[in-house]
Design a protein around this ligand. Sequence first.
Ligand SMILES: Nc1ncnc2c1ncn2[C@@H]1O[C@H](COP(=O)(O)OP(=O)(O)OP(=O)(O)O)[C@@H](O)[C@H]1O
Length: 250
Amino acid sequence: MLRLAGVGKRYGRGALVLTDVNLEIAPGQVIGVVGANGSGKSTLLRIVGRLSRPSAGTVTGKPSVGYLPDRFPAASRMTALGYLRHLGRISNVSDVDKRAAELLERLKLAGGPGARLRELSKGNAQKVALAQALLPEPELLVLDEPWSGLDPAAHTVLAELLAEAKERGAGVVFAEHRDEFARAHATGVFELSDRTLKESGDEPKARLVLRNPGGRLITSTVPVNRSDAVLLQALQRGWSVVRVHTPAGK
Ligand SMILES: Nc1ncnc2c1ncn2[C@@H]1O[C@H](COP(=O)(O)OP(=O)(O)OP(=O)(O)O)[C@@H](O)[C@H]1O
């Protein structure tokens, strides 16, 4: 469906953000991309969704794409339904009103289809953003942190919608910063670190919640066999340990 080979990306004359990224997306595959803030997840997803061109390497395949951006510009006076109708007409969605209303109903958009975009809370704006990506039933869904801001009920609905997309043979690529969460929803998880993408094995991970000397809470996910070393280094730098979550039995 889509193949990235040797993909690199730099912005302007800046340093490389991605180097030698290889990724193949097949129908029915759900790929989770994890990585720290700034590791290049959004950059990679924009390339996968063909919204941005790589500086090196090739992207082959031209599936239709539904894209959920990392920031949804919801500053319009349009209603949620008006907005989806407009987008649906551009991409020739049949029965657009019915389908849009169904999606908004399943996601439980506060205020219903008539809610104005600029009055929506973060989580409700995210629901409209998800609906616009799902509406045309694209061959490839590219979702940048799709669970961000959603309440638990909408989490479940989104998991169902992704399972349905997978069932009809769509490919899905999503970005997520929580490793275990990505693992729970993906058929394959890849990690972006040091500017490149590696398949993330099933090695058990520990989640460390630390407080830096400035008082900020920092959450870090590390392989269990490295957690002692990371904790020791953090303590030596004057950080304190708030919580350590390890998988059962590790
Ligand atoms: N339009 C841009 N122009 C210049 N640099 C950019 C641009 N977009 C992203 N970057 C840089 O590319 C790097 C990767 O950013 P990106 O947003 O892809 O990371 P991310 O993993 O999605 O981060 P987050 O988890 O915080 O959303 C960062 O150093 C960022 O500053």
